[in-house]
Design a protein around this ligand. Structure first.
Ligand SMILES: Nc1ncnc2c1ncn2[C@@H]1O[C@H](COP(=O)(O)OP(=O)(O)OP(=O)(O)O)[C@@H](O)[C@H]1O
Length: 321
């Protein structure tokens, strides 16, 4: 459904050239839900804008839903749905009006547009809200309407840019159900960006990780977690963070020590043994610790190992939670 070949995009700025996307190659098969993850500024939105024809690549190309991005961008546009962050609200229009208007933009006739609006309201749990102004919808309802708007022309491929950002946990889980159903029912391919690792873990068949404009890893959530072999120790500290990092890095059996906020993440061979060594060493050096926890690697640990940054930090910076 997507074949990206050497896709690159740079921007000229006053401070020089910014290489936002540096030649990415990847494939997405029909019916897959693929998550596109990366720290802030990694190149996610730029890649999404390239694939949806909103930006022209500096070099490289892609086949998107069977159409060539460079030679036939119009055809690509007809075949895809794009749900941007924040949506495309016309606050005074009702839910049905917005859907019909969007369908008419795709030259769908009036009768069919009304039928499609009704069907999408049913499918996305918007039934009963058809005559509500979209400005009065809750966050979750608004995001479901945004997704419905991206689906009016029944595209085989849909791009979702951070679909659940700002939603409460219940509304997020509800939206995941809708996204899964969409794939299961009509085999729609879904390519989404997200800052939530639990979302990528629970929803995506496959994950692409981008950093500094390059794909640095890809695989199923389980495959990625297996890349961080061994155990992970999280040491929470209130002070002397760098001192603790240096001490732990020098201990036997510790493969990597990365600081993120007030937590020291340690990749270790043998969790039990390493835990004893860490406790002893920090105690001897009189570094106070708040808590220590041994666990199997999570996607956030994969992220830290690959990029040296926690996606959680970005999430906090973005949502303030
Ligand atoms: N129009 C532009 N002009 C100049 N630089 C740009 C432009 N658009 C993006 N960039 C730069 O390209 C890089 C990648 O940006 P992009 O928005 O694709 O990242 P992102 O992974 O989507 O980040 P975020 O998670 O913060 O949205 C960044 O360094 C950004 O500043």
């Amino acid at each position: 459904m997507i074949h990206a070949k050497g896709l690159a995009r740079s921007f000229q700025t006053k401070r020089g050239t910014v290489e936002a996307v540096r030649g990415v190659d990847f494939q997405v098969s029909a019916g897959e839900i693929v998550g596109f993850l990366g720290p802030n500024g990694a190149g996610k939105t730029t890649t999404l804008r390239l694939l949806t024809t909103l930006l022209r690549p500096t070099s490289g190309t892609a086949e998107v839903a069977g159409c060539n991005l460079i030679s036939d961008p119009e055809a690509v546009r007809c075949k895809i749905g794009y749900v941007a962050q924040g949506g495309s609200a016309a606050p005074d229009a009702t839910v049905t009006e917005e859907l019909i208007y969007q369908a008419r933009l795709y030259r769908i006739n009036k009768t069919e547009a009304a039928r499609r609006a009704e069907q999408l309201c049913k499918e996305l749990d918007l039934a009963g809200l058809e005559s509500r102004r979209s400005s009065t919808l809750s966050g979750g309802q608004r995001r479901r309407l945004d997704i419905a708007l991206g689906l009016v022309h029944s595209p085989p491929l849909v791009f979702l840019d951070e679909p659940t950002v700002g939603l409460d946990p219940q509304a997020r889980a509800n939206l995941w159900d809708h996204i899964r159903r969409l794939r299961d029912k009509s085999n729609t391919t879904i390519f989404l960006t997200t800052h939530y690792l639990d979302e990528a873990d629970a929803l995506c068949d496959r994950i692409l990780v981008i950093d500094h404009g390059k794909i640095v890893a890809e695989g199923t959530p389980e495959e990625l977690k297996r890349q961080v072999s061994g155990d992970v120790i999280h040491v929470e500290l209130s002070s002397e963070l760098e001192k603790a990092r240096k001490i732990c890095s020098a201990l036997p059996g510790i493969r990597k020590a990365v600081l993120s906020e007030e937590t020291l993440h340690l990749n270790v061979d043998d969790g039990g043994q390493a835990m004893m060594n860490v406790l002893r060493a920090l105690d001897t050096a009189q570094v106070p610790l708040t808590s220590i926890q041994l666990s199997r690697p999570t996607l956030d640990d994969v992220f830290l190992t690959l990029t040296g940054r926690s996606l959680r930090d970005d999430e906090i910076a973005k949502t303030g939670k």
